[in-house]
Design a protein around this ligand. Sequence first.
Ligand SMILES: [Zn+2]
Length: 488
Amino acid sequence: MNLLKDEFVSTNKGKVSLKAILTSDEDYQLQYYFDEIQLAMLQLLSSLTTVVLQATVSELKGYLKNGLRPEQYDAKLERIEADWFEADCFMQSKPPKSAKWPDAPITKLLSGIECGTSPNAIGLFSDMEKAKVVCPDCIHGLNYNLHMNIKGECFGPTGATGIRGGGAISTLISGSSLKETLLSNSVAVDFFTNYAQLDDDADMNPMWVTLLLGGVYQAQKIGLVRGLFALAYHIGFTIEDAPCTCDVCGLHSKKSVTMFNREKYTGSYGSTKNGRDTGAGWWPHPYTPRTIKDDGTYAICARDQNWSSWQELGSYIVGKETDKAMVEPAFIIKQYQHMTNPKQTNLLIGGNIADQGSITGRIYDLYSMPSSLSKQLSRVTQVVDAGLEQKERLSKALNKMFGVGYDKNFVGGIKEHAMQRFTSNAQQIIQTTLLDVERKEATQLRKEAVEALKQEAERIYQNVQRKYQHDLPLFKALVKGEVALYKH
Ligand SMILES: [Zn+2]
């Protein structure tokens, strides 16, 4: 099987090839049980599209507008090393003979981070038994997912951290079809070259072709294809001659995989403390928004169960400067702003919510974006800002409770619970409001968002008031707080 030629992608129309998705008008939709695998597949397929097309911005615009013919795809394929993408070598390298090469059940690959000994890392599955056997086609999505998410420190001697850092948030463009999504998320080589400023002698081969050696992995020496599929582990799979129904794609297969082996690489990327301290630099992975601080660059991660992506939405698209850090949107968003496609496009934000080595939840949020992003960005940011302002008002109003003299933890708990409800309900309001982003003027959108968010904040506030109406000091404090909440 070759990932650039053969049918390994699970869709609503069965298994199809990347070529079929890119060159036909069939409405394919990815079909995987777990949404993080769906997210990983979108990135894997977009990266493979990058490899095949090696397009410039203007060529990419052309493919988005006019499509890509099968002959064009084949001609492109002739010009690249398609052998690198054979199933038996893709993203797999062999460890030295002396290595321990320990094996593990395939379940460990699914969450993107190994289980280790932590009980929470398996928290993604209501039932572990749900993912015990996979088909040989799906191992590539799992392997890619592991390498793009893995954070090593949490797993002691067996752990290594990938090029993006552990559990990084991904921002992707979500097109109106799978084809449009993959094209929109493929990297334009001219724009990337300009942006990344890699060294002229950067290694263009993938890491399973020219192996990584230990030490520090200098970002500017890592070429585009090498970085898109960067490894943190030697990895291998045992393909068994036993039929199965795959627990990841649900399709029947004549062969099955239940175990894998891995051995970590010993060097460090700039995504790790060691790499930062030794000046490895940050490799600009196209789907990772990042924070730039005095002591280096960090991937944006969701560390808290109550984290909601809408609060950061504006900075994911335009960036944000605070006194201590700067948020830089992912490369692909910058590229999209530069290209400004003619059609309406959505922004997909996904990733794991990680706490140390544990995954405690997932994010998979879709936001509506105006077609001409750079010109009409205020439509989006005004809606988000309305949410942040309302959140601030609610917080100020609830703060009055602290003046009563009650135990701080008790009052803090009431406040936190109310704030969490607002943050999570605001997510839906903002997503819904932005659905009209193409059709309504900025002022109208903002007005609607403000109105809905205000009602939500007031509803939550009134609930707290109702709950504590018999606690006179607390109730009085909450009445005082009304000024902060209601006065506009
Ligand atoms: Zn499968």
